[in-house]
Design a protein around this ligand. Structure first.
Ligand SMILES: Nc1nc2c(ncn2[C@@H]2O[C@H](COP(=O)(O)OP(=O)(O)OP(=O)(O)O)[C@@H](O)[C@H]2O)c(=O)[nH]1
Ligand SMILES: [Mg+2]
Length: 226
């Protein structure tokens, strides 16, 4: 059993956050006010971590900003880009003064110049080192494509830093049910040996809203007092 397993009260089959009570807690939390707090471009201007925090990471264009908008029901909160690699800074949002949501800049944009990739790696590492309040990192993975080398490199660093993380599949409106089931099985196998990876994943679509209530419930479980 890994440390990550011990942290969740979930059973293998049924995550604790799929009960009607948890879904209702998630709904209430995310019906609250969500405010932009800060955009950080370097280690020196990260806001003080005072609330429990959840970060959203994933390759450029995977749908991080769209999912944050879908979760909070605020269309223009996190900027959505049609140009991959647009979110260049770490954006912090407080939700109901209970949870900090963190939109990390997308990694692995093939056309990014080398110095930008180096800056990105440094910024993310600085963030991961300096956030004792970080409860969970949601690693967004496109449900059509699965993990890529840059995702696996990030997972290596998360395992090493003991940052508990969970796969969140995106854009399921573009995936057939049987392909999605196959992807979930494959990723489940891939995650099993990873020390800090949590066993359950959430399949979402920012476009049709599927999986969004479940993700809200899961995130509500990370707040003090559930
Ligand atoms: N079909 C579909 N498209 C989506 C979904 N979520 C996001 N997109 C589209 O994917 C593109 C990228 O979305 P973003 O939310 O900007 O992605 P991001 O991960 O924040 O991108 P970066 O900030 O560049 O790293 C946009 O064109 C979105 O409209 C979804 O659930 N379904
Ligand atoms: Mg973005």
């Amino acid at each position: 059993m890994t440390g990550a397993d011990q942290e969740t009260p979930d059973t293998a089959e049924t995550p604790a956050w799929t009960t009607p009570e948890s879904l209702e807690k998630g709904r209430i939390l995310f019906a609250g006010e969500c405010r932009f707090v800060a955009g950080s471009t370097n280690e020196d201007n990260l806001p003080l971590g005072s609330l429990p925090e959840v970060a959203f990471a994933g390759r450029s264009n995977v749908g991080k900003s769209s999912l944050i908008n879908a979760l909070t029901g605020q269309n223009a909160l996190a900027r959505i880009s049609h140009t991959p690699g647009r979110t260049r800074q770490i954006n912090f949002f407080t939700l109901n003064d209970r949870l900090m949501l963190v939109d990390l800049p997308g990694h692995g944009y093939a056309k990014a110049p080398k110095h930008e990739i180096a800056d990105w790696t440094e910024l993310i590492d600085a963030y991961l080192r300096g956030r004792p309040t970080l409860r969970r990192l949601c690693l967004l993975v496109d449900s059509r494509h699965g993990t890529k080398k840059v995702d696996r490199e990030l997972m290596d660093r998360l395992d090493a830093a003991a940052v508990s993380y969970q796969i969140v599949l995106t854009k399921t409106d573009k995936t057939k049910a049987q392909d999605l089931a196959r992807m979930e099985r494959m990723l489940g196998e891939e995650m099993r040996p990873r020390a800090a990876a949590l066993p359950h994943m959430v399949a979402t679509s920012a476009r049709d809203g599927s999986g969004v209530p479940e993700l809200r419930a899961m995130l509500a479980g990370l707040c003090e007092g559930g």
